[in-house]
Design a binder for this molecule. Structure first.
Ligand code: SF4
Ligand code: F3S
Ligand code: FES
Length: 248
């Protein structure tokens, strides 16, 4: 059975905007993105929303529903009671382009700052066999669909625009950890993580992990192990002596 739902949708652009009220039909089994599409079809043809797969796999439709970072295509209307007002706003951490579409280029910039996979120079194809445990470790991180919900949620940048320069965010700290833990990667990424990517700013609140639609254990499996590696190095007496002697 369908019903009429009350929606508030943020409309605006770089100059500013406001929530607009809509009453819109909801059918059984629909998700929030269906309702946004119905709004476009019936009441607001110029409403901007980014989407692609409608299957939780392209990472395009990230926004905030009732203040919670969500994929619009994976948020079922049955989550809400029929009399509940559903508020849809753009991701807060990134600049708005128009309506529900934000400029996520911060993330592309941070991706470019991570040096690529660095295998030993003399390694020939077929020379190396990886352990299954190593394969599985990076496969978890590779499930990332780049929705940037974790980047949007982390309080280090969500409420502190000025931290963006010094902090790569959970998605790219996870990428650094993935490469650091890769048995074939010979680059030492610990200084990069700590000094350039702002690992020290992460205080393990785990909000990133909570919003990840791929259920990647970002904090437990990437950020905390990476912090342990950085600390191990700092307190390693040989490294300490080397730093004293050669890094003045
Ligand atoms: Fe999205 Fe999860 Fe990837 Fe972050 S780690 S960008 S929340 S899929
Ligand atoms: Fe931010 Fe996740 Fe750390 S939310 S503070 S990166 S645990
Ligand atoms: Fe692809 Fe939602 S439209 S993840």
């Amino acid at each position: 059975m369908g019903y009429d739902a009350k929606f508030k949708v943020w409309r605006g652009d770089t100059e500013g905007g406001e929530l607009q009220d809509f009453t819109v039909l909801v059918n059984e089994g629909e998700v929030v993105l269906d309702i946004i599409h119905r709004l476009q079809a019936t009441q607001a043809p110029d409403l901007a929303v980014r989407w692609n797969c409608k299957a939780g796999k392209c990472g395009s439709c990230s926004a905030e529903v009732n203040g919670r970072p969500r994929l619009l295509c994976m948020t079922r209307m049955s989550t809400f009671t029929p009399d509940e007002v559903v508020t849809v706003t753009p991701m807060r951490t990134f600049p708005v382009i128009r309506d529900l579409v934000t400029d996520v280029s911060f993330n592309y910039q941070k991706a470019r700052e991570v040096p690529s996979f660095t295998p030993p120079v003399d390694l020939k194809p077929g020379d190396y066999r990886m352990q299954q445990a190593d394969v599985e470790r990076s496969q978890e991180f590779r499930k990332c669909i780049e929705c940037f919900l974790c980047q949007n949620t982390c309080h280090v940048v969500r409420d502190h625009e000025d931290n963006k320069q010094a902090f790569s965010g959970p998605r790219y700290l996870m990428r650094i950890a993935e490469l650091e833990m890769h048995p074939l990667d010979v680059a030492d990424r610990r200084d990069l993580a700590q000094e350039d990517a702002g690992l020290g700013l992460c205080n393990i609140t785990k909000c990133c992990t909570e919003v990840c639609p791929e259920h990647i254990k970002i904090t437990d499996n990437a950020l905390i192990p990476m912090k342990e590696r950085v600390v191990d190095r700092k307190y390693d007496p040989i490294v300490w002596l080397g730093n004293k002697l050669f890094r003045r």
